[in-house]
Design a protein around this ligand. Structure first.
Ligand code: HEC
Length: 214
């Protein structure tokens, strides 16, 4: 430790010696150091480049940022499949889902529905959510005939573009999740209009036993 400090001190003294001597010698040394330190350096923050939206005289329209070539599509944003992205087939609400629905998807739809839709539509879809109880306009129940007959593509469209007083959820809910919510709404509709014959045999027995107890 002691030896190291001594060595450090000697090095410092040597540098001081280098800069000692006559004032003119000292000055020229300082100038030379400054020149070496700054003269051949280009700061990164001061590059010869245009920043976004900066003006230029180079292009006739005076803009350094060039407009996109017409028809440009960003990678991953080609949305040609209108069934999937707009819920429409030949300009009409799609009567089918654009991909196979399964239990996992419906469960995902239930989760998303309970997050995004139940505050107004409630968890069953009667339109008695907490926000409605606090005064927001009451939405129609999912279980009215008109909405029971509505095509899956119609629900997808309501989520994507909103409907009357209801805002759209295009920004919050990705495309596949919107379809998952639609699948779950279909399950909810079935649940509220099911007959005993729709229930599996074993469950039918449970239901009958429960009824007998009451
Ligand atoms: C902030 C409250 C609110 C939320 C959250 C909300 N809705 Fe609505 N929804 C409404 C209201 C209000 C209406 C009725 C609008 C009107 O008639 O002006 C409506 C209408 C609807 C309709 C019926 C359209 C028709 O043809 O009558 C559907 C279907 C629907 N919403 C689905 C959804 C789904 C799915 C979600 C979740 C992604 C959702 N809503 C989230 C308030 C909400």
């Amino acid at each position: 430790m002691l030896a190291r400090r001594r060595n450090g001190e000697t090095a410092k003294r040597r540098v001081c010696l280098l800069f000692s001597g006559s004032p003119s010698r000292r000055l020229s040394l300082v100038m030379a150091t400054l020149f070496i330190a700054t003269g051949c350096r280009q700061d990164m923050h001061d590059q010869p480049k245009y920043e976004s939206l900066e003006a230029t005289t180079f292009f006739p329209d005076g803009r350094a940022s060039r407009p996109l070539v017409p028809g440009t599509v960003a990678r991953g944003q080609l949305r040609e499949d209108t069934h999937l992205y707009e819920g429409k087939v030949s300009g009409k609400p799609a009567e089918t889902f654009p991909f196979r629905t399964d239990l996992k998807m419906i469960q995902r739809g239930q989760e998303r529905h309970d997050i995004y839709c139940s505050p107004c539509h409630d968890r069953v879809g009667n339109g008695d959510g907490m926000v409605v109880r606090r005064g927001f306009r009451r939405p129609p129940s999912y279980h009215i005939d008109r909405l029971r007959q509505a095509a899956p593509g119609y629900f997808y469209d309501v989520i994507t573009n909103g409907f009357g007083a209801m805002q759209d959820y295009a920004a919050q809910i990705p495309v596949r999740d919107r379809w998952a919510i639609v699948a779950y709404i279909r399950a909810l509709q079935l649940s509220q209009n099911a007959s005993l014959a729709d229930v599996p045999e074993a469950e039918q027995r449970n239901l009958r036993a429960g009824e007998a107890k009451q």
